[in-house]
Each structure stands twice: as structure tokens, then as C-alpha cells.
Ligand binder design. Structure first.
Ligand SMILES: [Zn+2]
Length: 106
């Protein structure tokens, strides 16, 4: 199941587990290389809508530390996010909304 992260900075980020990633890759929506470090994606992938990037956990965390949220990008980001949501819906991939920020994950 895909998780839409609830972050302190209001970015739209989806965490995609390997089993759902395979389905998305099969339909041509994802490659298997991190868009940041170019390593092979073998675990959860983080879809950063505002960049239209699919990255590994490390790259997501590094990006999140330095990222600043610009409301100017909101329209573009929302458009991409809803595009991905409809793709996932059409493939029968369920999306849950994370209840708390990632700081509280452990
Ligand atoms: Zn990476």
C-alpha cells in the first residue's frame, strides 16, 4: 500500500513499497533507478511530486532537510499528485494517508 506522507513542510510525497513499484514499472510509470543518486531502487521509493522525482530513502531525507516550500509551485505539484493518484487508482493500488510526521515513525 502506498503511503502519502504527512510532513511538516507541506510537500506532496508518496512512499511506494516494492510490490506497488513493480506494478507501476510494469505499466511504464517508473524506472528502477533513483532520480538523485542513480542507484538501483530496491526498497521503498519516495515520489516527490514537486520535482517529479522517484528517489531512495536516503535521497529523500537529504532533500527534505534542505528543501524549502514555495507556494508558487503548489498548482504544478497538485496537478502531478492527482495525476499519480489516478494512475494508482486505475491500477488498484491503495493509498493511505500517514497519520503523523516521519519524526514520529519509530
Ligand atoms: Zn538515491
Amino acid at each position: 500500500m502506498v503511503t502519502k506522507l504527512l510532513l511538516d513542510k507541506p510537500f506532496q510525497v508518496f512512499k511506494i513499497p516494492p510490490e506497488d513499484l513493480i506494478l507501476l514499472q510494469f505499466h511504464g510509470y517508473f524506472g528502477n533507478i533513483c532520480d538523485d543518486c542513480n542507484k538501483e531502487l530496491s526498497d521503498d521509493v519516495y515520489l516527490i511530486c514537486v520535482l517529479n522525482y522517484g528517489v531512495c530513502k536516503n535521497c529523500f531525507e537529504e532533500w527534505y532537510q534542505r528543501a524549502a516550500y514555495y507556494t508558487e509551485d503548489e498548482k504544478y505539484e497538485n496537478a502531478l499528485a492527482s495525476q499519480y493518484v489516478s494512475i494508482m487508482n486505475s491500477l488498484g493500488i491503495e493509498i493511505e494517508i500517514e497519520e503523523r510526521g516521519k519524526e514520529n515513525e519509530n
